[in-house]
Design a protein around this ligand. Structure first.
Ligand code: 13P
Length: 256
């Protein structure tokens, strides 16, 4: 089974939640709750929580990620954070191209690509988010859109670097709305993403790349979604802020 050869990854995206003090408490609950995980466990936290998260997660099976990264190495970019800054802190993963960044912070396919390249070149693992709006789904352009987002995000990313790339399919209409994609919809689009990766990098890379689903995944619907052949994990928003719920999802991914 191809799925068995891929790393299942459950990643929490805390978004703009949790002060460093609150992060300490949540990580304290998470460590025992996920310690038996058979999948990779990642928490992506606000920049201000990263140092705390790295320190607390050291020696545990929880990997730490950021939620964004700038594409320049350094310079006059007030308020931005470089890949080198994240690496120096001990951060391992970074999310790029989340739809909230695209929607509220003018992120484009091109800047997503630049951020992904900067992160990969610095040695970070990237979780690249793609996904359609409700309007785009209703217009029947989901496949074209997601293909385009995936291809542009991966421009100039080498086959070797693909070992450090995760793609997260996050339909915008399912994020924070309680409206989850059906497992068939998630499977269909995750499969299309894998197909594009195959066209660009070959079947071996397509088979080896982790493709996650994200969008209102929770303790109740995770079994069904994670049971699908092309869904290798989840990018979890709201449910990642509650340790018991996040642990249920981690255990569901462990079962596959
Ligand atoms: P929710 O799980 O809150 O819908 O958020 C999903 C998401 O955007 C993860 O990146």
């Amino acid at each position: 089974m191809d799925k068995k050869n891929r790393k299942a990854i459950i990643a929490g995206n805390w978004k703009m939640n949790k002060t460093a003090t609150e992060a300490k408490a949540l990580i304290g609950e998470l460590i025992p709750a996920v310690k038996g995980a058979g999948c990779e466990v990642v928490i992506c936290t606000p920049f201000t929580d990263l140092a705390t998260a790295v320190a607390l997660c050291k020696g545990t099976n929880i990997h730490v990620g950021a939620e964004n990264v700038h594409f320049e190495d350094h310079g006059a970019f007030t308020g931005e954070i470089s890949a080198a800054m994240l690496v120096d802190l001990g951060v391992e993963y970074v999310i790029v191209g989340h739809s909230e960044r695209r929607q509220y912070f003018a992120e484009t396919n091109e800047t997503v690509n630049k951020r992904a390249l900067a992160a990969l070149n610095a040695g970070l693992k990237v979780i690249i988010c793609v996904g359609e709006s409700l309007e785009q789904r209703e217009e029947g352009v989901t496949e074209e859109l997601v293909r385009m987002q995936t291809k542009i995000a991966l421009k100039d990313v080498t086959k070797e670097q693909m070992k450090n790339v995760v793609i997260a399919y996050e339909p915008i209409w399912a994020i924070g709305t309680g409206k989850t994609a059906t497992s068939e919809q998630a499977e269909e689009v995750c499969g299309q993403i894998r197909k594009v990766i195959g066209e660009v990098y070959g079947a071996d890379t397509a088979k080896a790349t982790t493709v996650q689903y994200g969008g209102s995944m929770n303790a109740k619907n995770c079994d069904e979604l994670l049971g699908k052949a092309d869904v290798d994990g989840g990018l979890i928003g709201g449910a990642s802020l509650k340790a018991p719920d996040f642990a249920v999802i981690v255990n569901a991914a462990t079962k596959g």
